[in-house]
Design a binder for this molecule. Structure first.
Ligand SMILES: [Fe+2]
Length: 222
């Protein structure tokens, strides 16, 4: 049943006209400047596809986040208004994110499969390397430095899932990261200009290896 509301919004009007049975309710959070539209579970894919494909909607769900790295994109989402938080992060073509730290409990499901991540603790002289495989899980510990590298010629994505986050932060570390502004140099991210030169050197080597594999025809087409 449609919830009684006086909320006016062009997007809401379009969806109610296009999917009169699917739009179940709407909620506006003035403090967060958020409009939430509740959609029947069995119509979610249909509605989301319309939002993405229709020229009048053209939802580009990934938002540029250049302050995390060259070609970096991101989208945050909340699963059914639960305490589980997740986002999809994209590493630009032939590029890498800047290293950063945050609290533990983030489980990264790897989607991009031509790249690697480096992990280390403050004071370590060597890096722990995790080579990407589609569907693998890797997870940074509390304040463990980590950095994601996409050696391929297509965007490399990963899906981090954690308990608590932007909507329901439970730890001081989560609150710290919510307030953090990546545009400002800080103690929780290493800018490209400040990184260990071995980082770029290794990436350049791995990028060359990828190009050689591609030339030899041994890179998967997908
Ligand atoms: Fe991270």
């Amino acid at each position: 049943m449609m919830e009684r509301t006086t909320i006016m919004h062009p997007l809401l009007d379009t969806l109610k006209t296009r999917f009169p049975q699917a739009v179940l309710g709407v909620h506006e959070d003035a403090e967060r400047h958020e409009l939430s539209i509740r959609v029947a579970a069995d119509r979610v894919v249909e509605v989301a596809t319309f939002l993405h494909d229709d020229p009048g909607m053209a939802f580009d769900h990934m938002t540029d986040s250049p302050h995390r790295g060259k070609g970096s994109k991101n989208i945050q989402f909340i699963l059914g208004e639960t305490t589980m938080a997740s986002h999809i992060s994209e590493v630009g073509v032939g590029s890498y994110k800047m290293a950063h730290i945050h609290g533990d409990g983030t489980h990264i499901i790897q989607l991009g499969d031509e790249g690697y991540s480096l992990y280390w603790r403050a004071g370590d002289t060597e890096y722990r390397r995790v080579d990407w495989k589609f569907g693998m899980l890797h997870s940074p510990g509390n304040d463990e430095w980590h950095q994601h590298f996409n050696v391929s010629d297509r965007p490399g994505r990963y899906l981090p899932i954690s308990y608590g986050g932007y909507r329901f932060p439970f730890t001081n570390a989560q609150r710290r990261n919510i307030k953090h502004d990546y545009r400002v140099k800080s103690e929780i991210q290493i800018e490209y200009a400040d990184e260990d030169p071995r980082i770029r050197q290794l990436f350049d080597e791995e990028r060359e290896k990828y190009r050689a594999r591609k030339s030899a025809g041994s890179v998967a087409a997908r």
